[in-house]
Design a protein around this ligand. Structure first.
Ligand SMILES: NC(=O)c1ccc[n+]([C@@H]2O[C@H](COP(=O)([O-])OP(=O)(O)OC[C@H]3O[C@@H](n4cnc5c(N)ncnc54)[C@H](O)[C@@H]3O)[C@@H](O)[C@H]2O)c1
Ligand SMILES: [Zn+2]
Ligand SMILES: [Zn+2]
Length: 390
């Protein structure tokens, strides 16, 4: 089959690889119809996440048709149409029972490595480093889905396109969880850094959850206008001071709820802290560039909540914990507990409350994937979200 494989920094190729096989009676094989490139894939493309091996199959947002089912899998049948969450979950461990799916205790087959690095294992993820199980991903014609009797979301209603439901695999529940973790009140101003695909889903979620004002911060005109179309007030961080503008918009008090939908590859206009981060990152003395987090701690209203869907990989330097502690801020974060939210979100799509396909700007073939990684990373050609058709 054809699959997008990682071969090193900025080196993704569309290779011919062996078809996946059923390896366990709970497995299923899914023939992929649509798959997407995520901002998290860019951290692998840019070489910031350790634990990849040459030839690893990329991708963790995918859906398609079940073509083979293991003998113990009572949930799926050949022919079922499914969206597959990026977190692989067992459904039986203590964390799964509590709905903390992204920290499932059983599905990471390299849990010894994860235990050492993080203190405890986290869930296995599709197409995302050997630290999270080294499972082949979904930017391919076929995928083996382990524990396929738990997580896959069956799409039984006719009339929903792939584009409408595909993002249940990741970015829609990710934006939703980011907003829910802020406990939004009707009087709240919610500020969201990053108007990428995750930021866009977060904006819509914060509005659906009843925020008084939603403010989106980015620098790319097409992303800012998409944010405005979704109901947000926008700030271009290259044109104006984010801190001054947020204070102006909140009578000098700062937003109660702040969401970091950027993560470890933050950009900044020549601030001292961002030059320091770049230098340390180049010298391999720091893995992440936490400019957004510092800005958030500074501007967030005292006793406010910070929600962090943006991914960080390793060690962060110069984080003002004194500011964070004395202001009494709360920080909530995590990879998304996808299945905690998907029944509700599928229902909202079916009811027409939201159509997540608004975020798609590019629909191309799998072969075009390597080129689209670069376009998406460089934010060229108005690219916000890429869907690959197999
Ligand atoms: N927690 C999860 O489960 C989960 C799931 C999916 C994605 N993510 C993470 O969410 C983050 C965003 O993903 P995405 O797909 O939207 O990626 P993306 O790269 O398309 O979007 C990031 C956006 O942040 C903007 N940005 C950069 N520096 C900024 C700054 N200083 N201030 C404001 N905006 C800034 C960029 O211009 C870009 O539009 C990534 O870190 C990704 O890994 C997390
Ligand atoms: Zn993702
Ligand atoms: Zn589990």
């Amino acid at each position: 089959m054809r699959a997008l494989c990682w071969h090193g920094k900025e080196d993704i190729r569309c290779d011919r690889v062996p078809d996946p096989q059923i390896e366990h009676p709970r497995d299923a094989i899914v023939k992929v119809s649509s798959t997407a490139i995520c901002g998290s894939d860019l951290h692998l493309y840019d070489g910031f996440m350790p634990g990849m091996k040459s030839g690893d199959i990329m991708g963790h947002e995918f859906m398609g048709e079940v073509v083979e089912v293991g003998s113990e899998n009572k949930k799926l049948k050949v022919g079922d149409r499914v969206v597959v969450p990026f977190t692989i979950i067992c459904g039986e461990c203590d964390q799964c029972k509590r709905g903390n799916f992204s920290v499932c205790e059983r599905t990471n087959r390299n849990r010894d490595m994860a235990d050492k690095v993080f203190g405890h294992t986290t869930a296995g993820l599709f197409g995302y480093t050997h630290l999270t199980g080294g499972y082949p991903g979904g930017q391919a014609e076929y995928v083996r889905v382990p524990y396929a009797d738990v997580a896959p979301i069956k799409i039984s209603k006719n009339g929903l396109s792939d584009e409408q439901v595909l993002f249940l695999s990741d970015i829609f529940p990710t934006g939703w969880q980011a907003a829910v973790q802020c406990d939004i009140e009707p009087t709240d101003t919610v500020a969201i850094w990053g108007a990428g695909p995750v930021g866009q889903m977060t904006i819509r979620s914060a509005i659906l959850l009843g925020a008084k004002h939603v403010i989106a911060i980015d620098r790319l005109p097409e992303r800012l206008s998409m944010a405005r179309a979704g109901g947000a007030i926008t700030i271009d961080f290259e044109e104006e001071s984010v801190i001054d503008r947020l204070n102006d918009l909140t009578d000098g008090k700062g937003p109660e709820k702040c969401i970091d939908a950027v993560g470890l590859e933050a950009h900044a206009t020549a601030t001292i802290d961002s030059m320091y981060d770049r230098a340390k990152q180049i010298l391999m003395l720091e893995t992440d560039r936490p400019h957004v987090l510092r800005e958030i701690f500074y501007v967030c209203r005292p006793a406010g909540t910070v929600s962090m869907p943006g991914v960080y990989g390793g060690l962060l330097d110069k984080i003002p914990m004194g500011m964070f502690m004395n202001k009494g801020l709360t920080l909530r974060t995590g990879q998304t507990h996808v299945n905690r939210w998907t029944d509700d979100l599928l229902h909202r799509i079916e009811e027409g409350q939201i159509d997540p396909s608004f975020v798609i700007t590019h629909k191309v073939s799998l072969e075009d994937g390597p080129r689209m990684y670069k376009t998406f990373r460089d934010k060229k050609d108005g690219c916000v979200k890429v869907v690959l058709k197999t």
